[in-house]
Every structure is written in C-alpha cells, then in structure tokens.
Design a protein around this ligand. Structure first.
Ligand code: EPZ
Length: 420
C-alpha cells in the first residue's frame, strides 16, 4: 500500500486545474446502461472509483474504452444483470446501476453496498422509490433482487431522516426516465452532480425538468439514444484546493472551479477572514494574517457539504479561538479527528459535533488515511505541519483525487508517493 511523505511549511503558488467530478461521472457512467447506442463522456477523472465502475459496466455487457479524460461506453450485451459483491463492496456508487438495469432490462441482482467508515449507508430510500415505480424488490443473501414487467410513473417523496439522498435520487431518476407516464420526485437531491445527471439523460432524449431543485418531474419515454457529454468540474476537489491555498498562505489560481457550486463554503471562509474571488476564470483566495474561528454544520446541497467537513476542520485547527463543526449527514464522520490530534490539533468530539480549540501548531507525524475526505484533510494538515508527515494507505485518496500529489508538487509542495 502506497504512502505519502510530505515536508510541511512550503508556500504554494501557481495554477492548478480541477478534474471532472467523481460523484457526477459515476452515475453518468451507470446511465450509459440505459441505451445500446454509444455514449462519450469527456472530462472524466482518472480515479480508482472510475476504474471500478467501468469494470462493472464491462461485467454488464458494455464495451468501455478510455483515452485520456474521454471514456466511450457502448452497451452491446444486455443479457447480464448482476453487480457482484466484490465490485460493489469496493465502491458503493456501483449501486447506481440498479435503476438503469431495472428500467432497461427489467431485472437486476445488485449486491447490497454495506456500510463504510463514515456510516451505515442505508439504501431504504432507493428501494422506496423503485418500488413506487412498480418494481418487485426483495433482499436475500446480501443482494437486492429487483424485477419489473414495466415501470410506471408515480409521485415519490424521497426525503429521509437526514434529508435528501444523492445516489437514491440518481437511481430513481434513471429508472423513471423509461417508466410509462409522469413521475415526480419530491425532496430530490439538489447537488450539482444530480443536475449533471439530469442534463446527460436529457441529452440522451429523456424529458426531465426541475434539475437542481427539490422537485423533479420526469415524463417517461420509450427509449434513449447515445450522446457526447462533458462532466461537470469536481466542486469537492476545488474546495479542497481552496483550503490548501488558505492554509499554506500561498497564491494558488484554481482553474475550472465553479464558485456557484461552492457558495456555502465561500460564505463560511468569508466568516473566518478568507475571501475567495474569481478573476478571468481563475479562483484565488485572499486571507488576512490571522484566521477567525467559526461554526459550521453540514447539510444537503446547497448547505455546507459533508465532503468538505474534514478539510474545513484541518483549516479551523489553525484559526484563533474555538470553532464548532456539526455533522448532520453522517454523524460519525470524524475518523480524521484522532489523526489530526496526533499532528497537534486540539479537537474534541461530542456526538455529531466536534469542538476545535484552534491556534494549533501542527507538527508532522505518521498518520493513517481512512475515508477519502478524511485523508484529504491529513494532506492539508501535512502541508502546513512542521517537519515530515507520513500518510499511510493513500489508496483511500486515490479513490477520489486525480493525481493530487502531482498537482500539489506543481504548486511547490514537497510531497512524494512511496510505494510499499
Ligand atoms: C453521495 O453519497 C456521495 N457519493 C458522498 O460522497 C456524499 O458524502 C453524500 O452523497 C452526501 O452528499 C456519491 O455521490 C458517489 P446520500 P450517497 O444517499 O448518495 C441517508 C465522497 O467522499 N440515507 O445522499 O450514498 C444516509 O445515511 C462520498 O465522495 C438514508 O437514510 O449519500 C446519509 O445520512 C462520501 N437512506 C444521508 O441520507 C437512503 O436510502 C445522505 O446520504 C440513502 C441515504
């Protein structure tokens, strides 16, 4: 397993380009199962999770070719309809093939995704939505078995105890586009990645309105065609680099970031004394000598994203005063706290809330990556910590960041990947 070695304290300067969004590309790839015509996706990041999804599409009868950031998918054999445990357990988003398989092939056998370090990751809302469309669903031997003689439009409410569901909305949306009649999805996820999926499906011939709002209206169509589509930039990678610029006091110009997708974070950074501005398509961060403490609560989009919670916490450990971060999406998503504390942060956890004492002098240490975003927070901390930081099990980072060490090195960071 590879590790990163980071020598902290370097100021980062220069231009970094944001890759396509992992959490848009994954459902988009699943959506190519909805047609037997070829689809071309552009600006696809080169990530472990993308490779897992393209391997799954191959198992489901698609021919997949990659050239640079372009991925061409052509489903030719629709006789298969099983997503095996060994692929789904590696990446939960594989579960997104359930909706398309059901809609297009009338049946699917998909392994239950199981939990992960950030939480239980239930799928009850996915099942609720697909059953509402007329699917027969049962669970046995750790698999979802779904069948239908033909999906029919329905009025569906997809809100759960933690608000909307991103991949749940994706699964139900991808099933509804081929259902007979009209479907409405209330309390749909508003994330930009869902808007991207709706745009992609419409480019294939679907009839979806309300993308990006809590109410989606879908008029089912008989079939969908292929298309050529560019994946939206990754707002979480952009947010991670904005925080890297903030923490290292550097002058980083971030290319390809869409600030309109980061309003909650930009607003939060203004509260701590950092101003994020866009100039000629480049995003820059201006900050004062000191950073102020603040409070943050993660919420469904357009609220503060849970996928930037760990990275914000690394930044707040440097701020003056006491900050409070409350995690409303995954109340246990604090694997990074113990590791940041090993680097000198002073963070206490009280249930779904973390209290960050701030003004810490971070010092390099050997730390363990856990979930994707917690690992990104450790990289940020390593960039500013005194001395050397070793981050073990960086395969977690490779799942969601396209060549992060290369991008950081190009900005002046001293970071090496060591193969173990
Ligand atoms: C997506 O996961 C993202 N992954 C996650 O990013 C992200 O953290 C999450 O949305 C929240 O924004 C992808 O898009 C591939 P949810 P998803 O269903 O869809 C509860 C990353 O780091 N819930 O929106 O699995 C659930 O427990 C990853 O890139 C139910 O109760 O998340 C959670 O508390 C990590 N029942 C909340 O809803 C359900 O049926 C939001 O989950 C489904 C979800």
């Amino acid at each position: 397993m590879d590790k990163f070695i980071i020598e902290g304290g370097r100021e980062l300067n220069g231009v970094v380009e944001i890759s396509g969004a992992k959490n848009a590309a994954l459902p988009l790839l699943a959506a190519t199962l909805l047609t037997t015509e070829p689809c071309t996706l552009r600006n696809v990041p080169d990530l472990r999770d993308i490779r897992t999804m393209t391997a799954l599409l191959g198992e489901l009868g698609a021919q997949v070719e990659r050239s640079g950031t372009e991925v061409r998918c052509h489903t030719q054999n629709e006789s298969l309809s099983e997503a095996p445990y060994d692929l789904v357990r590696q990446m939960r988003a594989s579960f997104c093939v359930l909706g398309p398989l059901l809609a297009r092939r009338g049946k699917a056998r998909v392994s239950l995704p199981g939990g992960c370090v950030i939480g239980l990751r239930p799928i009850d809302l996915h099942i609720k939505g697909l059953r509402a469309l007329g699917a027969e669903i049962k669970i046995e031997h750790g698999y979802i078995l779904a069948e239908t003689k033909g999906l029919r439009g329905a009025d569906i409410y997809l809100g759960g105890a933690f608000g909307s569901t991103v991949t749940g909305t994706a699964n139900v949306l991808m099933a509804a586009v081929l259902a007979e009649g009209i479907t409405t999805i209330e309390n749909a996820a508003c994330e930009p990645e869902i808007a991207d999926l709706a745009a992609f499906l419409n480019a294939m011939g679907a009839k979806i309105s309300g993308a990006g709002t809590p109410t989606l209206v879908i008029e089912g169509v008989k079939s969908l065609g292929g298309c050529d589509y560019e994946v939206v930039p990754d707002r979480i990678e952009a947010g991670t680099f904005i925080l890297a610029a903030l923490m290292t006091r550097g002058d980083i110009a971030i290319k390809g970031a869409r600030l309109g997708h980061l309003r909650a974070m930009v607003d939060k950074l203004a509260e701590i004394g950092a101003h994020v501005c866009e100039d000629d398509g480049l995003v820059r961060v201006r900050r004062g000598e000191r950073l102020a403490a603040t409070d943050a609560t993660t919420l469904p989009y357009p609220g503060f994203p849970t996928d930037l919670q760990a990275q914000l916490m690394a930044a707040l450990s440097l701020a003056d005063g006491i900050s409070v971060v409350t995690e409303k999406i995954y109340p246990d998503r604090f694997m990074h706290v113990a590791e940041l504390n090993r680097m000198g942060a002073q963070i206490r956890k009280e249930g779904p809330t973390a209290i960050i004492m701030g003004q810490s002098e971070l010092s390099g240490a050997q730390v363990m990556a856990s979930d994707l975003r917690a690992s990104a927070a450790l990289v940020l901390a390593g960039l500013v910590a005194k001395g050397s930081t070793e981050i073990l099990r960086v395969y977690h980072i490779d799942r969601g960041y396209d060549g992060i060490e290369k991008k950081l090195r190009a900005l002046g960071a001293v970071i090496e990947r060591v193969k173990e």
